[in-house]
Design a protein. Sequence first.
Length: 68
Amino acid sequence: MDAEAVLDVLELTEFAWHDCYGETSPPEAVIDDVFVVAKESLTQFIRAARLAVEDHRDLRMAAGAIRG
């Protein structure tokens, strides 16, 4: 993955998280789930980051399915 793009997406995710939840940033577990669901694909990383903000419970379920 493109490291600079990943950092940009993470920054945008923090902004969105703050706007939606009033917290500075998502919990570490949510960020971990984003990386798991991304499977080393920038496109999937972007989609997972969006899902993290939309409904992090769905992201948790997707990551759990991948983790086994």
